[in-house]
Write a protein that binds this ligand. Structure first.
Ligand SMILES: Cc1cc2nc3c(=O)[nH]c(=O)nc-3n(C[C@H](O)[C@H](O)[C@H](O)COP(=O)(O)OP(=O)(O)OC[C@H]3O[C@@H](n4cnc5c(N)ncnc54)[C@H](O)[C@@H]3O)c2cc1C
Length: 394
């Protein structure tokens, strides 16, 4: 059994397959966890680029309920995994505050979350602009929506826990071993690396935003886009409490989001990210731009320095849905559009169930996966696509 990619998706699939009796090797082009799974913000929620109300209108209530039901399954899968594997990763159901960047957005959020409460029984609370300073020390936003059970975790520690569990279950991790090609070989496959040709009965591709030439069909369907994140220098913990008195995970409700939270496990630093799809790869320039965006929220932080800035690749799809499926016998799960912590965990489990022939592998996200005639896997296209998709934010 060969798995390509050692992020959350690959590790969770590997863990369950190894426990199901399969001999599993993960091939990782770089060091384990090189991808987005260790670079993210650790938000654990029920997030999709398509709103519940939009899905109700376009596809009907049963479809919307099925899709959002699976988001709940993914959300719960993270907690269960952390508990069953005993992973110390600061998992905390601290709640999320979704923030409006205009009054029309605030009204739209009220409509969307009322529908979710009515049909999915997911409670929420509207936080008005006047009340928001109890949650976040700024007047920049127009209020928002608070969802109490959403969680945060430390992504590096979550990944490390999954890696340890997979190794303990007998999974082999072949680090610094890029897969160059996957070819059919009778009933199975040959996985070609620079050092060897390896026979495998089944193959999973779990490369998300790092998908490349090993599986060209997938490369044409997943757009890699860069997201940028910073961690501040240490501040007085009291100052952090004044900035983020609700201690939630904070994110705005735009298509192209800014996000902000206290660093997990560290009361003296904040994490701030955004500029997804930004064209400039120079991290110093991106840090300056992020600093400018943070100043709009907290003008009093003009003297704040970031200790680190980094980037990671997300995987976007042309229909803005995550996808799980198989093509010509090769299994894959990708396209999480910023929800890969829960969705990667769930899809890793589902891929393993499918291959082991167990129940629970079916998914509402196993749908035809579109490409675009203009897109052959060249990232020049991506900033234009993101710009087009974010036009509503402006
Ligand atoms: C800055 C940032 C913030 C984010 N914040 C959040 C968040 O708060 N919450 C959330 O849910 N999601 C978030 N995401 C998204 C989330 O991190 C990803 O969706 C998720 O980690 C994807 O996991 P994965 O296992 O599918 O892929 P990845 O973790 O990206 O792993 C893919 C791996 O495949 C390897 N690979 C690629 N090609 C090959 C090859 N040919 N051979 C061998 N190996 C190969 C890569 O080296 C990489 O290690 C964020 C992403 C970023 C970048």
């Amino acid at each position: 059994m060969a798995i390509i990619g050692s992020g959350i998706t690959g590790l969770v699939a590997a863990l369950h397959l190894a426990r199901g009796g399969r001999q599993v090797t993960i091939f990782e082009a770089r060091e384990p966890g090189y991808g987005a799974s260790t670079r993210n913000a650790g938000y654990v929620g029920r997030t999709l680029k398509h709103g519940f109300g939009e899905l109700m209108e376009s596809h009907g209530l049963p479809f919307a309920t099925q899709i959002y039901g699976e988001l709940m399954e993914a959300f719960l899968a993270v907690k269960e995994t952390i508990e069953s594997e005993n992973i110390a990763c600061h998992y905390n159901q601290q709640g999320r505050l979704l923030l409006a960047t205009g009054s029309a957005m605030y009204e739209a959020m009220a409509r969307e979350f009322s529908l979710r409460e009515k049909h999915l029984r997911e409670p929420f609370a509207m936080v008005s602009r006047a009340e928001q300073t109890k949650e976040i020390g700024t007047g920049h936003y127009f209020g928002g929506v608070k969802i109490d059970d959403h969680a945060g975790l430390h992504p590096g520690l979550y990944h490390q826990g999954l890696l340890d569990a997979a190794r303990a279950a007998g999974v082999t991790i072949a680090a610094h071993t890029p897969v160059l090609r996957i070819a059919r070989d009778g009933a199975g496959f040959i996985v070609q690396t620079p050092r060897a040709r390896v026979a495998a009965r089944d193959v999973i591709v779990a490369t998300n935003g790092y998908s490349g030439d090993a599986f060209p069909w997938l490369k044409r369907r997943v757009m890699p886009f860069d997201a940028y994140q910073t961690v501040s220098e240490q501040m007085n913990a009291e100052r952090v409490r004044q900035l983020l008195p609700g201690d939630r995970t904070y994110i705005d409700w735009n298509f192209n989001v800014d996000w902000l939270r206290r660093a997990s496990g560290d009361p003296t630093r904040i994490i701030f990210g955004g500029l997804t799809g930004g064209r400039n790869q120079d991290l110093r320039i991106m840090a300056e731009r992020l600093h400018g965006r943070l100043m709009r929220i907290f003008p009093e932080l003009s003297d704040l320095r970031f200790d680190h800035v980094w980037t990671g690749k997300c995987g976007g799809t042309f229909d803005l849905y995550p996808h799980i499926g198989s093509h010509e016998g090769i299994h894959f799960a990708v396209g999480y559009c910023f929800a890969g912590v829960p969705m990667g965990t769930l899809f890793g489990q589902k891929l393993a169930r499918r291959i082991l022939g167990r129940k629970g592998g079916e998914s509402a996200f196993d749908r035809p996966m579109p490409s675009n005639p203009l897109y052959w896997g060249n990232p020049w296209f991506v900033p234009y696509a993101i710009n087009w998709m974010s036009r509503g934010d402006r």
